[in-house]
Design a protein around this ligand. Sequence first.
Ligand code: ZN
Length: 397
Amino acid sequence: MTEQQKIEAIVREVIAGMKGSAPAAPAASGSIPKTSRVAMLTEKEHFEIQEYPIPEIGDDDVLVKVEGCGVCGTDAHEFKRDPFGLIPVVLGHEGTGEIVKIGKNVTKDSAGKPLGVGDKVVTCMIFKDNPDITMFDLNKQNVGGADVYGLLPDDSVHLNGWYADYIVVRKGSTIFNVSNLDLDSRILIEPAAVLIHAVERAKTTDILRFNSRVAVQGCGPIGLLCIAVLRTMGIENITAVDGNEQRLEFAKLMGADATVNFRNYKDQDSLAAAVKDSFGGYLADFAFQCTGSPVAHSNIYKFIRNGGGLCELGFFINGGDATINPHFDICSKEITVVGSWVYTLRDYATTFDFLKRAKAIGLPLEKLITHKFHLADANEALQTNLRQDGLKIAIIP
Ligand SMILES: [Zn+2]
């Protein structure tokens, strides 16, 4: 055997070995299986892996092979307590995958880009008959009031959440062609959109500028993405506040240039002084509150200068009441406060460009995804999120 023949023999052997153990090739070019697994939440803290037939899709529907889906705080709440009363439910709304079958009426995505088999996609809200939900009308109505895949009760098709092998994207849904983003970036689209929206809300105050000093409190995935968005738009003076040193180190990777660990300060005043020190003796021009803690909400006013601004985005769900002093905290300081919740469709489209820019300036966003679990280990994935181990957890079928 010549050297060349030996190499070819080895290659043949390796390929033969792969065929035996590897999962089926992507279905775009090959065959679509008859059934799909889903992780069905059948009771609190319990996913059951179930298998359902993949239906024939209609002329307005799209069949997507799931490639990955992030675990959201919302999923963890539903998993543990069922506050939305969805059980039985296939969760997973931060998902992405590849189109394997497309109805003949679907030729473009929701932003007008061509769409076809093989394209990588994400979904956003599902339109109801609501004229106030439109594609490019900023702040007209945000997704908070709309349906999304992964937070729908189980139905007769079952494939309506992203913790699955396949999902059927049905007529009236928004779908975006994001083939130019890698898998990790696509998994981060939904949480990143929350920050694009928050920064858009912050900009309405007219206080946020390129040279603003900005404090970001809370360095979970949302706070870290907040820092990345600010950095990507050219804001340099960012101080991250958290109680976990590892997360504060991560904040620096995302673009914060100073960090303050609140555990090192015994009261509100000394904590505020530390934030002031981090900006060379100035309070923050603007602050983003990215925790769900009422105490953190009370503290943040002390970080902000007279005439400054605050965006509160940490309370996705009701986390209880917070105590503030209206005289000292808002009135006499003339602070402008905006709230931010979820995102609009327009923010979703803006997010795709943010992810490209973040990569271009070298922010290692993919490091935010600290854990990847197989679908069969969905229970462990959610428990890991509840333990607050790591940052973003993803489920990969
Ligand atoms: Zn989410």
